[in-house]
Design a protein around this ligand. Structure first.
Ligand code: OSB
Ligand code: MG
Length: 367
């Protein structure tokens, strides 16, 4: 791919309103933007979506920076990379650190698509012209107002973050206003074995699915609950690799899957998981990470594949932030986001704004 330079930019964007879950309250969103430049000056963009604290996965912004700068960049043979898959293969000799790997691989995918003169969505087999938008509602006093507002923008699916002991109350509050709303909850692993019977009773709410009721790694409890429950279980944190997806399907631990590029270590792995789910008739959707337009653009490309049959956590540029680092902004129009037909991820970078929000930069030049 004739890679010449790799740049990392540590940025931070302020949220319009805090995003609150039972695990964390996010007020400011730091991220690492990855830029990979080739011999002709073409640049591919990726994003490392790890959070400052390891509340969701074990990585943090700092560990990801360390892994990329001190481990991946010095040990990867960039001259041997002819396709992003080659990076994926080389990086697999290091354990874990999916988000660090996914950010680098994302920049390579964007660059590769630009070198080929095609859009990333088409390159990976995406067929849709537009993807359906879905909203995530964090813990808030203004939940009903927020849903009303997002409904008027056409969002088609609503995912509530819930608090243990208060979930019936929140779901019932939404159901009383919107009996038929496509609604789901995300438990982010907060339940334990003792909660099984109570959670199984959530069947009465007619939820689209329940996301990650138990902790990652516990395929057994998820299977036990799925056997007792009509509502499909969807796994998020549990799926960090193709092999995790295989186990979950084989054991019957879920009937749906959330695919996040960053959580599974990049687009190559995400595509493998997608294909496995097609084979096993498991519907998938694309999860979000409260990310900038760069990561959102990668998500849109992924969600344009045919088996992404459910609306994901796909929102517009201004859902969480006043301003995005891409141009034009990602817009939700009548509940849909258009898949760009420009080359690569299909968006330009707002260099001035990116500069304004950059707190630290690093550059590596290959000989
Ligand atoms: O569990 O899906 C999750 C955000 C940060 C960390 C974990 C999760 C989330 C979301 C997606 O719910 C929020 C979004 O990007 O809209
Ligand atoms: Mg989740």
């Amino acid at each position: 791919m004739r890679i010449k330079k790799i740049r990392l930019k540590r940025i931070a964007l302020s949220l319009k309103t805090p995003f609150k879950t039972h695990q964390a309250e996010i007020v400011k969103r730091p991220a690492i933007i990855v830029e990979i430049e080739d011999a002709e000056g073409k640049v591919g963009y990726g994003e490392i979506t790890a959070f400052p604290s390891p509340f969701y996965t074990a990585e943090t912004t700092d560990t990801a920076w360390h892994i990329v700068v001190d481990i991946l960049i010095p040990s990867i043979e960039f001259k041997e990379i002819h396709h992003p898959n080659n990076f994926h293969e080389q990086a697999s000799s290091f354990q874990g650190n999916q988000m660090a790997k996914a950010g680098l691989e994302g920049a390579l995918w964007d660059l590769y698509a630009k070198q080929q003169g095609v859009g990333l969505a088409r390159l990976i087999g995406g067929t849709k012209e537009a993807v359906k938008a879905g909203a995530v509602i964090s813990l808030s006093e203004r939940m009903k107002e927020e849903i009303g507002n997002l409904l008027s923008q056409g969002y088609e699916r609503f995912k509530l973050k819930v608090e243990k002991g208060k979930e019936e109350e929140s779901i019932a509050a939404v159901r009383s206003l919107y009996p038929d709303l496509p609604l789901m909850i995300d438990a982010n692993g907060m339940y334990q074995a003792e909660d099984l019977t109570r959670v199984a009773a959530f069947d009465e709410f007619g939820l689209l699915m329940i996301e990650q009721p138990f902790r990652a790694g516990d395929f057994y409890l998820h299977r036990t609950l799925q056997e007792k429950m009509e509502t499909p279980i969807c796994l998020d944190e549990s799926i960090e690799s193709y092999e995790d997806a295989e186990q979950a399907i084989e054991l019957g631990s879920c009937r749906m899957m959330n695919i996040k590029i960053s959580r599974v270590g990049g687009l190559t792995e995400a595509l493998k998981i997608h294909d496995l789910c097609v084979e096993h008739h498991i519907p998938v959707w694309c999860g979000g990470m409260i990310e900038t337009g760069i990561s959102k653009a990668h998500n849109i490309a992924l969600a344009s594949l045919p088996n992404f049959t459910l609306p994901g956590d796909l929102s517009g540029s201004t859902r969480y932030f006043e301003k995005d680092i891409i141009k034009p902004f990602i817009e939700v129009d009548r509940g849909e986001i258009r898949v760009s037909d420009e080359n690569g991820i299909g968006y330009e970078i707002d260099e001035d704004f990116l500069k304004q929000v950059t707190e630290e930069a690093y550059e590596y030049i290959l000989e």
